[in-house]
Every structure is written in structure tokens, then in C-alpha cells.
Design a protein around this ligand. Structure first.
Ligand code: ZN
Length: 220
């Protein structure tokens, strides 16, 4: 399993006590990532993430600049609304308020983040309500109803970008299969050729013996 800290994110650890549950090992494999709207500016997000006993989340997605990672991937953060949702999923809070569209760099950050999770967690893809979730969809895991992230996440951009990755992966796998088939074919041709050479040299040796026997039989 690769590193639990995302190389494209700035590392700003959250409060060391603000995560986890008795009897739940950490870090643990995660089934998905839950997106949130922070409903506030980065300065407030930073204050909350540093406070003991406060909500906590894995990544902050600022309006400008790189993602900020607060806990190792797989930590049971406290943002998704229920223990079940916090244990099953990681969380990303995007800076800004309801009604504000994500900035282009925020959207790109979420694409990069989804890609990293797919690679690290071995997910089949980044599909809505399978690996890619919104906070308001956590009610089925015991969370209270919420509007979060208030339709701020541009899934119409994020999901196709990651689907393209999966297609390229399928293309790559097909290419590797094809190369293997060609390789197998070449190896078999070489084996056949070697067998033919062995056969021919066997015949030559046999004929040589016959010729020598004939020559020996010639009257001198
Ligand atoms: Zn939320």
C-alpha cells in the first residue's frame, strides 16, 4: 500500500486526539471519500482542525493552492455524521459557502485526490455513491440529514475525468495482453525452429555415417 500522505498535498496535522473510535483499528482500508462544503473560510477551518474534540476531516481543499492533508489516509475522522460513515469513508472539506461554485483549482484538486484514492485503495473506480459520496448521502449510514455540500461539487467534471483514467488503464491492460501474446508466439516459433535444426543435424549426422560406410565399402 502506498504512502498515506498525498504527495500533492501540504501536510498540516490536525489535533492528535480528534479522530478514531474504541475498537476500530487505524489506519484502515476505506470504501470511499465523502465531500463536504466547509461553509467557511480556510482560517476558520484551520482553527477547528487544531482544536481537541472538534470535527475533523482528512483533507481541506482551499479556494487557491494545494490540498491540505490533516490525517493519514484511512484515519477515522469525525465529519461524515455517524461512526459508521466515519469508519467507512475519509472526508474532504472544500473551502467556501453554499451557493459558491468550486474554483477551477479546487475541482482539479478533487480530481487528483480521487485518482490518488483509486490507486492507493485499489478501488474499481471513482463512481457516485460507490466510492464518491456527498455528506447528505450519509443518512443511509446513520448520519443526520444535511444539505452539505449544497450541490457545490461538480461531479459532471470530476467523474468523466476519472473515467478517462479507467479507460486508459483498460487500454493499457489490453496492450500488455497483446504484447504477451506476440511474445508467446515468437517463443514458440523459436522453439519450433530449434527443433527443426536439431532434426536436420540429426539427419546430416546419420547421412554422414552412411556416406562413410559406403566409402569404406569401395574397393580400393
Ligand atoms: Zn459536511
Amino acid at each position: 500500500m502506498s504512502d498515506r500522505w498525498f504527495s500533492k498535498a501540504v501536510r498540516e496535522p490536525g489535533h492528535p486526539s480528534a479522530h478514531g473510535y474504541d475498537g476500530e483499528a487505524e489506519p484502515a482500508p476505506k470504501a470511499g471519500l465523502v465531500d463536504h462544503s466547509a461553509e467557511g473560510p480556510l482560517s476558520v477551518m484551520r482553527r477547528i482542525i487544531q482544536a481537541p474534540g472538534s470535527p475533523s476531516w482528512t483533507f481541506s481543499n482551499p479556494k487557491a493552492g494545494k490540498l491540505i492533508q490533516h490525517y493519514p489516509r484511512g484515519t477515522h475522522i469525525w465529519a461524515n455524521g455517524s461512526k459508521m460513515a466515519n469508519v467507512a469513508f475519509d472526508a474532504c472539506e472544500s473551502e467556501g459557502m453554499a451557493g459558491e461554485a468550486l474554483t477551477d483549482s479546487q475541482t482539479q484538486n478533487l480530481i487528483d485526490l480521487g485518482r490518488w484514492y483509486v490507486e492507493c485503495e485499489g478501488w474499481q473506480g471513482f463512481r457516485r455513491q460507490i466510492e464518491a459520496w456527498e455528506h447528505n448521502e450519509m443518512t443511509r449510514f446513520g448520519a443526520a440529514p444535511t444539505a452539505c455540500p449544497s450541490d457545490r461539487i461538480p461531479w459532471d467534471i470530476i467523474i468523466p475525468a476519472l473515467e478517462e483514467d479507467m479507460v486508459s488503464q483498460a487500454d493499457f491492460d489490453a496492450f500488455v495482453e497483446q504484447q504477451k501474446a506476440i511474445n508467446d508466439f515468437q517463443n514458440k516459433a523459436l522453439t519450433d525452429l530449434k527443433a527443426a535444426i536439431d532434426l536436420l543435424s540429426g539427419i546430416a549426422v546419420k547421412h554422414q555415417a552412411e556416406i562413410e560406410a559406403l566409402l569404406a565399402a569401395q574397393p580400393k
